[in-house]
Design a protein. Sequence first.
Length: 396
Amino acid sequence: MTRAARSVASPHVVSIEDFRPIARQRIPKSVFDYLDGGAEGEVTLRENCRVFNDVTFRPRHAVSLSECSMCTTVLGFKLALPILLAPVGYSRLMHPGGEVAAARAAGRAGLGYILSTISGHKLEDVREGSTGPVFYQLYLMGGRGAAEAAIERARVAGFNALVVTIDTPVSGIRERDYRNGMKELISGGPFEKIPYLPQILSRPGWLVSYFLDGGLPGLPNVIVPGKGPLPLVDVAAALAESAVTWADLKWIREIWKGPIVVKGVLTGDDALRSIDEGAAAISVSNHGGRQLDGVPASLRVLPEVVEAVKGRIEVLMDGGIRRGTDIAKALCMGARAVLCGRAYAYGLAAAGEAGVDRAIEILRVDLERTLRLLGCASVGELDRSYVNVPQSWEAG
Ligand SMILES: Cc1cc2nc3c(=O)[nH]c(=O)nc-3n(C[C@H](O)[C@H](O)[C@H](O)COP(=O)(O)O)c2cc1C
């Protein structure tokens, strides 16, 4: 076992939450808070996790299961667990392995991986790293020209689906990032950086690996025609100029012939619009509480969306998944699979690829135990009969 793997083995890390103090210790505060934090008062961020407590289980006891199946398919792609690793921008700042490490771990475990547009690694390297399905998450930053080039590269490299995120017309305000001087550290001059340097210098191990990795990564998958790769410093401004609209979705559908997942649906109406625009799946998501603070937790709106969709397309969900029981509850309420963001990103920040392996292992063991305790032989059989859902949720 490597040193990194030992550092996140039991008893150091028994649950996903246990990664947080290790990650906090390894990476600078500015990077940790970027990963850990949410928008404004972080109400939605907290609610995403808390709301799972409102749903309780109805187990079937005295059932002996010889086998428990956790396999499923998403868009026809086989998954060993009903999990895809969610797009997490700037993963390479958390650990040099970044997106490639996460994709490799996902492939090894038979999970899907979704690569963010805001990636420090080339999409070709990420695709090559994984033996499982890999989807490309698209923002239109850099304009349609940059997006078209990325879509073509994703097609040639063998990406299996596009994920179009619709909840980011501008970046949400993550107050921790302002307090930590994230903007000054990324784009400021030397004098502007000075007040924020002590927290960076206090993590020499991270700092050495960051410089050995070449320093601030650019965005090798956002090639602006006539200009080259979009520098990381321009991300916020580029996002603000590139809201994805339904008209864009139509355009994307013309140039991408594979399946499209619309990520960021929070109402039945947007779910129906996604179907009209040709989505093959949607992800019920509030971007992990990082965009509009005050929107409901993802799990809370899942019943409304599932009811509106009526089985016509696959419904995924993300937000607040930290345990196997959370995954089981989401599946009971109609999700086909879940996307996990922070659950694996904490692992990546704590121990690189070994940390992502460990995060996946925790969720896998957790989910199998949950199925056995519920007396349910497979994830495909999980349905509303296994949970008590508050009556007020039924109204939509
Ligand atoms: C650090 C960080 C960066 C993210 N970057 C992106 C991104 O580039 N594109 C995107 O669609 N979602 C992004 N997300 C949102 C995730 O894909 C996902 O919706 C969210 O993390 C789910 O909530 P969870 O972290 O509680 O699992 C990001 C989330 C985090 C935590």
